[in-house]
Design a protein around this ligand. Structure first.
Ligand code: NAD
Ligand code: DAU
Length: 351
């Protein structure tokens, strides 16, 4: 079976890992990476596969319905894996409107274009919507999010993702659109934009800058190695049941302050500094507004039904992540100076 797949948000953190994996693993598929290249989109993430014959990049905005319709009419994809989103909670608190445009209107445009293209046509079609555990709200000390947990989004980001999940399900029930949704916990690994906790801490430790911990650092997140998220998406894409939702998580809960201390001690060792040196940079700052206390995923459905389990333990994944950032200072410098935004012009326009 061969597919032409539009992957949205393929220049972002998770999207670039997914695109690389599919391009290399499935040479008989065509992967069309549709990305607006916002501040979070970085084509330098995909330098190693950009010349592959089964890969194409298209720059465009999913919130632009006319553009999305014309792209789908010309490309005629069999399937969509939709990751494009405004994804940073703190930015959603500052500017909710961008999140509604991309995450809600953009998702609706992709659903409409897919429906117009696939309606009544033969073939194996799938609209795969990549979502987050944040739609379920905030847990206390006990319990886990299951696929049956009621939605209770509490930030503009999670509200916009919840709205997009509801739209995807509405297209399944109302129009019979073949859809699948997954809701994943916090990802970590190479190529993550350094405004998110783990790469931000690495960058600040290297540069001897304060390590901003929100509130008292009491919140808990369930961390998953990004390539384990990709392997879960791959399995669900090929073997998941249409109309279903799958939760994905690492069974790996860390209170923020404990995680930051763990990172400090690894960094002390790697940078050959005295033990405790990096931890002196920890600075407690004003808490995030409406900060969700705890996320924890019950991933038993995907494990039992599809046989998915994470491939690596957190200690190994964190070491690998830190090693990658230390070995890729140029990538980090381009991202923090904004130089990566010139790459598209150099690579795709000037030649
Ligand atoms: P990211 O912010 O790193 O990347 C988002 C990508 O989308 C960027 O390449 C950006 O340029 C692109 N994009 C943004 N607006 C666009 C638009 N209007 N049109 C086209 N492209 C646009 O995000 P990420 O962390 O890789 O997350 C990817 C997806 O996975 C998101 O849908 C997010 O909600 C979901 N998710 C993320 C995590 C996580 O821990 N990062 C966990 C669970 C789910
Ligand atoms: O749970 C999945 C979600 O995980 C995804 O849907 C989001 O796209 C992704 O960004 C992530 O959201 P979080 O808000 O959990 O991630 P972030 O890295 O921003 O923050 C992780 C925790 O660390 C959170 O409790 C806030 C805290 N934090 C974050 C930053 C950036 C700090 O204490 N200091 C910081 O400087």
């Amino acid at each position: 079976m061969s597919y032409k797949i539009v992957v949205t948000g393929g220049a972002g953190f998770i999207g670039s890992h997914l695109v690389r994996s599919f391009v290399n693993k499935y040479p008989h598929y065509t992967i069309v990476n549709l990305d607006k290249l916002t501040y979070a989109g970085n084509l330098e993430n995909l330098k190693d596969i950009e010349d592959k014959e089964n890969y194409q990049f298209v720059r465009g905005d999913i919130a632009d319905a006319a553009f999305v319709n014309s792209l789908f009419e010309s490309q005629k994809p069999d399937a969509v894996i939709h990751l494009a989103a405004e994804s940073h909670v703190d930015r959603s608190i500052l500017n909710p409107g961008d999140f509604i445009n991309t995450n809600v209107v953009g998702t609706l445009n992709l659903l409409n274009a897919s429906r117009n293209l696939w309606n009544g046509s033969e073939g194996k079609h799938l609209f795969y919507h990549v979502s987050t555990d944040e739609v379920y709200g905030s847990l206390g000390k006990e319990g886990y999010f299951t696929e049956k947990t009621s939605y209770d989004p509490r930030s503009p980001y999670s509200a916009s993702k919840a709205a997009s999940d509801h739209l995807v399900r509405a297209f399944f029930h109302t129009y019979g659109m073949p859809v699948v949704i997954s809701n994943c916990s916090n990802n970590y690994g190479p190529y993550q934009f350094p405004e998110k906790l783990i790469p931000l801490m690495i960058h600040n430790i290297v540069n001897q800058k304060p390590l901003p911990v929100y509130g008292q650092g009491a919140q808990t997140r369930d961390w998953l190695w990004v390539l384990d998220h990709v392997s879960a998406i791959d399995l669900i894409f090929h073997k998941g049941t249409t109309g279903e939702t799958y939760n994905i998580g690492g069974s790996n809960e860390w209170q923020n302050i404990n995680l930051v201390h763990k990172m400090c001690s690894i960094m002390d060792r790697k940078l050959q500094k005295p033990y405790g040196d990096s931890a002196k940079l920890i600075t407690f700052v004003k808490d995030r507004a409406g900060h969700d206390m705890r996320y924890a995923i019950d991933a038993s459905k995907i494990k039992n039904e599809l046989g998915w389990v994470p491939s690596i333990q957190f200690d190994e994944g964190l070491e690998k992540t830190i090693d990658w950032y230390l070995a890729n200072e140029e990538w980090l410098e381009h991202v923090t100076t904004g130089a990566y935004q010139n790459y598209y012009e150099q690579q795709y326009i000037a030649r």
